[in-house]
Design a binder for this molecule. Structure first.
Ligand SMILES: [Zn+2]
Ligand SMILES: [Zn+2]
Length: 328
């Protein structure tokens, strides 16, 4: 089933023509639980990984504050918690098993194998940034916390799908994952959809941001039951008219809890471009909810910070320059 973002309640660039040149295309990915194959675009699905290529691993240090758990612990925990959500009652044995999934195990001390986060074929994602000859972006991460942002460490692999001969049948799993299990995505199929975005208020010139807030307060007060106070109506552009929530490729950064800054490449100082936004769930009752998903749940197991986003940036000068990740 396709996913359809409703049109914005107003064409904000018609009201504020200064916004028109800032319009950017973004591809909302709309990951939903499913059974993708290695030949599909996916989140948390099997990767088209060459059988003769070693599976990548993380050798960075990890803050050892809480003992890690295994991916199997996380999956068992989710299944047992779902029993409660579905209105069932767990047996005493299931309660004990649920508790055990939090106990954890000693740190393996070995390089930690990475987890598939996203696999994007250019054919499915219009405008997917790719080096010449590549048509596939694979994003993996180490499902533990890393300094200084306290996030998983991501690895990007671009490849030509035609050049992958034998595909690895086994997708090895890490020994250690964060005890909260929030970095192990459930397998999801994607429903890419192109929408238009404008910069978050935090990225606009302050005078323009303030005129837009004034206008929104005047225009929308009393018109949208989801918004009540004057402050909320002043933030209407931020929440409803600028940046789409959730997983997406390209577009503008979902700045929310920290002041925006310009991402610069560590290798060449160039201003970097948004590549992929990894969300903590997009359905929130706002006007961005796809019409097919009203009242639905899009929990796929990922939580970035306090329901924030992780955004990955790439350098427009060279795909060989290191990418950047930031919590927004
Ligand atoms: Zn790591
Ligand atoms: Zn660069």
């Amino acid at each position: 089933m396709a996913r359809t973002t409703p049109p914005r309640s107003v064409d904000i660039a018609a009201v504020f023509p200064e916004l028109a040149p800032l319009a950017r295309r973004t591809v909302r990915l709309h990951p939903r639980l499913g059974t993708p194959t290695a030949r599909d675009s996916s989140v948390g699905g099997p990767l088209l990984w060459p059988a003769d290529e070693p599976w990548p691993a993380c050798t960075e240090p990890h803050p050892e504050d809480e003992p890690p758990v295994s991916p199997a612990d996380v999956r068992l925990r989710r299944r047992l918690i779902d029993i409660g959500w579905a209105g069932g009652t767990r047996t005493a044995q299931e309660e004990a098993a649920l508790k055990a999934t939090y106990e954890g195990h000693p740190w393996s001390g070995e390089p930690n194998l990475l987890v598939p986060v996203a696999q994007l074929y250019a054919r499915d994602v219009p405008g997917l940034p790719c080096p010449d000859g590549a048509d596939l972006l694979q994003v993996l991460w180490c499902p533990l916390e890393h300094e200084p942002e306290w996030m998983p460490a991501t690895r990007l692999v671009w490849r030509s799908s035609a050049e992958v001969g034998g595909v690895s049948a086994v997708q090895p799993e890490p020994a250690d994952v964060s005890s909260h299990g929030q970095y192990v995505p459930e397998p999801c199929v994607l429903h890419p959809e192109v929408v238009t975005e404008y910069p978050s208020s935090l990225e606009l010139e302050p005078g323009l941001a303030s005129r837009i807030a004034d206008w929104c307060e005047q225009e929308f007060t009393g018109k949208d039951p989801g918004y009540r106070s004057a402050d909320e109506f002043r933030a209407y552009y931020q929440f409803e008219l600028s940046v789409a929530p959730g997983w997406k490729v390209g577009g503008w950064g979902p700045w929310s809890f920290r002041d925006a800054w310009v991402m610069r490449c560590r290798a060449c100082e160039s201003v970097m471009n948004p590549l992929l936004t990894i969300g903590s769930g997009a359905l929130d009752g706002s006007g961005w909810d796809p019409v097919e998903d009203r009242g639905a749940d899009d929990d796929i197991g990922i939580q970035i910070g306090r329901s924030y986003n992780m955004q990955l940036y790439y350098c427009p000068v060279s795909f060989d320059h290191p990418h950047l990740e930031v919590m927004q």
